[in-house]
Every structure is written in structure tokens, then in C-alpha cells.
Design a binder for this molecule. Structure first.
Ligand code: NDP
Length: 311
């Protein structure tokens, strides 16, 4: 029985660094890496950041694929992955509050017209614009899961009105919760800021396309911290050009890194950051140790993905 780490993300985290961290928590474990591949027959848990289609075939006794993040769409995209292989993700103890902070930063920037004042400073223009009041502003959170709930809490603490949209009907104190197709329209109609923190699934891929942008409140802003694939980017630019919404903040895009000639870079209504809203993993690596311990003990794993739902 062995775990294999194959992140292929040396700038973010070298495999051996993760191995040392995990060994400090479970010194008795057998942990292979790409550079120290061990015996593939022994591997029962694969720790990855990305999965190459068919890669599971290298490990005949593989039981669990553990993602070193929250989004598992690239793993589930492997149509050859047997149903018997469990897919698990990390919890987001550090990333969720960071994503709330990121969203709040952009919302406050708009509320207080800070981008406008930067432009005015460049030409020495002293001209005031009335700030928007938080308690009269509604933030709509698309996806009220682990991260969405933390974002909702942060906006409530800052006096904003908050509504949400999720697959199943939720209840959260202070949050106007919607679900289902009609619920999406209601949530969008109320929202001055639409924060997208959904997983990519067959139901949510390019959900934010032209017909949905037609339900955005005029003057509203989109903030996408979920995944680029949730948004149809040409439709977004068209909707911005037509004034269906006022601006978009994209921490994630459909092609990362975003090529330098992609029109999103130059669009005046779009602000882009390089997928950094949820940056730190915090204590989330303990989930890997816990899942490996559970696998060896024959206990149910934590953070298991529902393969049917896709998240
Ligand atoms: P969760 O699984 O905890 O929550 C997902 C939420 O989305 C739930 O509220 C769920 O509804 C809702 N949802 C799923 N499918 C639908 C649907 N078809 N219609 C409406 N709502 C739906 O995920 P997390 O909050 O932990 O993470 C969300 C995503 O954030 C991840 O999948 C990942 O892609 C992204 N992410 C981005 C990061 C970044 O740095 N930019 C960092 C970390 C994550 P219900 O509650 O009813 O199940």
C-alpha cells in the first residue's frame, strides 16, 4: 500500500515538498513521487493537481484519487475513470476566507468608485461621486457551498444585503436563498454584484451566457472566482458592450494562463487576476493524511465527490 504524489506543479508545490510535509504527519507511510515512482502496483492513492485521461490505468490497485484543491472537473472529465475509483477533494480552511476577502475588495472598490478616482488623479481632476451604501446594495452568491457560505458571512458582516442561489434550497440566517431555474432569475434580478463560486459540472458549464446575462440587473457586476468554464466569455463581452451589466472581475478564465492576445485583456469592462483569489491551502493538507489513514483503516473518506453530481 502506497500513496503517490504527482502534482506536476513545481512552481506551486514541488512533489518532494508535499511528501516531506505529509511524512511529518504520518512518518510510517510509503509515499512515492514522480521522481521516485516506486512500484505502481502498490499505489492505492494518487495525489494530483491534474489528471491525464487514462492515467489511472498505470495503477491497477488504485482506490482513491485525491485532488490537491477543490475543483475536480478535470478529473471527472476522464470518461475512462472506473466508478470504483473514489475522487476526493480538499476542504478550504484558508482559501474560502481569502476568496471572501478578494470579492469584498472588488465590491468596495466599486462602491467607493476607487477606479474612477485613479483615472481622475492621472489628469488632476477633483470631482466627487456619491458612494454607494452597503445596506442598500445586494450581493448575490451563486453557489452557497463551503466557500459561498464564508463569502456570504463576510458580506453580511460588512452590512450588505445578501442573496444566494444553489442547486438545492438552502437556509442561512440573513441570506435570501434561491434555488432552481426560476430562483436564478430572482437572485440575478436582485443582485448588484453576482459572485460566482460554483463547481464546473454538466449543469453549470457556460451557465453564464447571453440568455442569463439578460437577467442581470442593469449596472451590476459579475465576479467569477469559481472556474472560467462557468462563463461564456464572448457572450460576456457582448453583454458588457450592450450594457446588460456594468463590469466583470475574472479571477478564473477558460484558458489559463490567458493568452496575451485574448480580447478579455483589453476589454474596458473586464478586470483580470491570475487565479489567485483562493491562494493558500492552510491546514487542508491534513485532509490528505486523514483520507490516507481512513483508506488504510477501511473507513469512509472525507470530502468525497459525488460522481453523478460532479462536485
Ligand atoms: P461546494 O461543493 O462546497 O459548493 C458548491 C455549491 O454550488 C453548492 O451550494 C451547490 O449547491 C452549488 N451548485 C452545484 N451545482 C449547482 C447547480 N447546477 N445549480 C446551482 N447550484 C449548484 O464547493 P466549494 O464552495 O468548496 O467550491 C466551489 C468551487 O470554487 C470549486 O468547485 C472550485 O471550482 C472553485 N474554487 C476556486 C478557487 C480559486 O482560487 N479561484 C479556489 C477554490 C475553489 P447545493 O448546496 O445545493 O449542493
Amino acid at each position: 500500500m502506497a500513496m503517490k504524489i504527482d502534482l506536476r506543479a513545481p512552481n506551486w508545490m514541488p512533489d518532494d515538498e508535499l511528501r516531506q510535509e505529509l511524512l511529518s504527519m504520518m512518518p510510517e507511510a510509503d509515499i512515492y513521487t514522480a521522481d521516485d515512482p516506486g512500484d505502481a502496483d502498490q499505489v492505492n492513492m494518487l495525489v494530483i493537481n491534474r489528471l491525464t485521461p487514462g492515467e489511472h490505468r498505470l495503477y491497477p490497485n488504485l482506490q482513491v484519487i485525491q485532488k490537491t484543491g477543490a475543483g475536480v472537473e478535470t478529473i471527472l472529465a476522464d470518461t475512462t475513470l472506473p466508478a470504483s475509483i473514489e475522487v476526493t477533494r480538499l476542504s478550504t480552511p484558508a482559501a474560502a476566507p481569502e476568496m471572501a476577502e478578494y470579492s469584498l475588495a472588488y465590491v468596495l472598490q466599486e462602491q467607493r468608485h476607487l477606479r474612477l478616482y485613479q483615472q481622475q488623479q492621472k489628469v488632476g481632476l477633483w470631482q466627487e461621486k456619491k458612494p454607494r451604501i452597503a445596506s442598500e446594495t445586494c450581493v448575490g452568491i451563486m453557489g452557497l457551498g463551503r466557500i459561498g457560505q464564508v463569502i456570504a458571512e463576510r458580506f453580511l458582516l460588512n452590512d450588505f444585503k445578501v442573496c444566494s442561489w444553489s442547486r438545492t434550497q438552502k437556509q442561512m440566517a440573513g441570506v435570501d436563498c434561491f434555488s432552481g431555474e426560476e430562483g436564478l432569475r430572482h437572485a440575478l434580478a436582485k443582485s448588484d454584484y453576482v459572485i460566482v463560486v460554483l463547481p464546473v459540472t454538466p449543469d453549470t458549464t457556460e451557465l453564464f451566457s447571453y440568455p442569463v446575462f439578460q437577467h442581470f440587473k442593469p449596472g451590476s457586476h459579475l465576479i467569477n472566482v469559481g472556474r472560467g468554464e462557468l462563463v461564456n466569455e464572448p457572450d460576456l463581452m457582448r453583454a458588457l458592450d450592450e450594457g446588460l451589466l456594468a463590469g466583470a472581475v475574472l479571477d478564473v478564465v477558460s484558458e489559463e494562463p490567458l493568452p496575451s492576445d485574448n480580447p478579455l485583456w483589453m476589454h474596458p469592462g473586464v478586470q483580470i487576476s491570475p487565479h489567485i483569489s483562493g491562494y493558500h491551502l492552510g491546514d487542508a493538507m491534513q485532509d490528505i493524511v486523514e483520507n490516507y489513514r481512513r483508506l488504510l483503516a477501511g473507513e469512509p473518506r472525507i470530502n468525497v465527490i459525488d460522481r453523478q453530481l460532479g462536485y
